[in-house]
Design a protein around this ligand. Sequence first.
Ligand code: GLA
Length: 614
Amino acid sequence: MNARIFATGLLSLCASASFALENGLARTPPMGWNSWNTFAGNIDETKIKGVIDVMVANGMKDLGYIYVNLDDNWMANPARDASGKLQADAKRFPNGIKALSDYAHAKGMKLGIYSDRGSMTCMNVPQSGGYGHEADDAKTYASWGIDYLKYDNCNTVGQMQSDYTTMSKALLASGRPIVFSICAWQTQSWMPDQGNLWRSTTDIADAWGPTGWSVLGNWDGQVGNYIYTRPGAWSDPDMLEVGHGKLTEDESRSHMGLWALAAAPLIAGNDVRSMSSTIKAILTNPDVIAVDQDSAGIQCRKISDNGDLEVYVKPLGKDFSTFAVGFLNRSSSTQSLSINWSSLRLDPSSVTVRDLWNRTDLGIKKDGYTVSVPSHGLALIKAKGTPDASATWWASDLPFTLLSNGYGTFKQDKSIDGKDLKLGTKTYAKGFGTNAASKIVLPIYGKFDRFQADVGIDGEVNSGGSVAFQVLGDGKSLFQSNVLKSGGAPVAVDISVAGVDSLVLVATDGGDGISYDHADWAGARFTFSQTPTGILAARGAVHDWQAQVRGDLLSIRRTDAEPTILAVRDLSGRLALKRSVAGTNAEIDLTGLPHGTYIAQLLSSPSQRIFVRN
Ligand code: GLA
């Protein structure tokens, strides 16, 4: 892609509602391989080409594992030439990095590289750090055809946020789309804005845990990050140890399954050139990969925790009907774990289950699901059913992303200080406790009718707080409060959100700074839309033509085959779409038509069809 097309792509992305680093990359979690876990610094072009060849031949590439990432020690020692330009090690990479990326690209793969925000990488190679060289290094990577940069946190000189921001901007300015992987072994709220992924934890090691550098140790550092994860911005609990050596088969499956539930990057770290068929089957299970790569891009949440037994849920898709559920057994013996469909807000009589490791459909399970899980195992299912409109749809139980919070630690179902949410004399079990200025995004995909909440400054503040609350639906203001003060009466929000794709809850500081601005969205909840998708009513003779809406397609069936024109108007009569229709069967693509209610008319007929575009 040349620089101009890339820049145009950025513009169009900015126009759509998106909330991450706007380089258009990694809209699903990156997948690939990295050299560190198996080879540490012992890498050369023969090994890397061998890995590329195998990943193409064994099907990993076709399943999405496309990034092959060089980790530490690809560079010369010292790492720069007299002019300060980075050099590959001439013995181990005699043809240079550009030749290697050409090799990868010719095979449909992509090449990643590694550097550090300090003066040297973690292997202390002299001059290898990017500090002060960001713009030049980004241009070098672009000229070498690099597609991904992992940027480490050793031998630091500058300040963390500013160093990573400098490199993020340098990559954007390089003219080449390059995935930016922040590797600072922690989570900071600015990271999702600057990186496509950020390493949430210390290094992983070839160990199960439960603590330290291990699968469970890293997992426990990742679990809370669902509040940040979103398309384009992934929390990364580090590369996979599957097939590296020490994990048992059950532990390897658990590791892979947990990372998929978390929408974590799937970067294999084993020697893929010599893996067993069992390990290959774990890394290449298409059903498990599909959980990781789901387009909604939501990280799972833990919904029950009984000591060693935990249940995790990841919503799939955009209609609140489908979930991946993981049942983790940390104990040393086989245990039984269960889920009740009310915790997914599904009508129990409708729920079908698929076992994802065995890739088999288990049919309708109306009494919930119970499964026997071996020690250190993770059972993984997909549950699909009809959303129960009569359930209470608490906002804090639904997928959301915290974009910002002014001070302290954002809370779900508690005030910012960790107490019960309290407005006036009333306490609330559910809601969001923030400190202005704060912003929360709820992707609701046009599935809800109303949003309700009580807003105000939490009762834990006696005086001094002042906040204005606002609700935006797809960028339009749907609600705006006056400046509310501590001790004042809460304000009830009760608004239509019909057809809204993403709802943003904003609390601003009331114009006087953020002190004491403990802004609550107390009792925040939705009503599920009971308006069915599709045709609501037909005006006029129904025999001359019929219509049906399914997803993005409007299907037309008619008796008359003569060419005519379909006009789709909104309820105020404005023309929204016009298409020619020929033959008795026609399919009209509705992609791009906003959510809402429309009237469809064929010019050859006086009758109209009213439909809802969800
Ligand atoms: C750090 C990183 C690892 C790896 C090594 C390389 O420890 O966290 O993932 O890149 O450096 O030296």
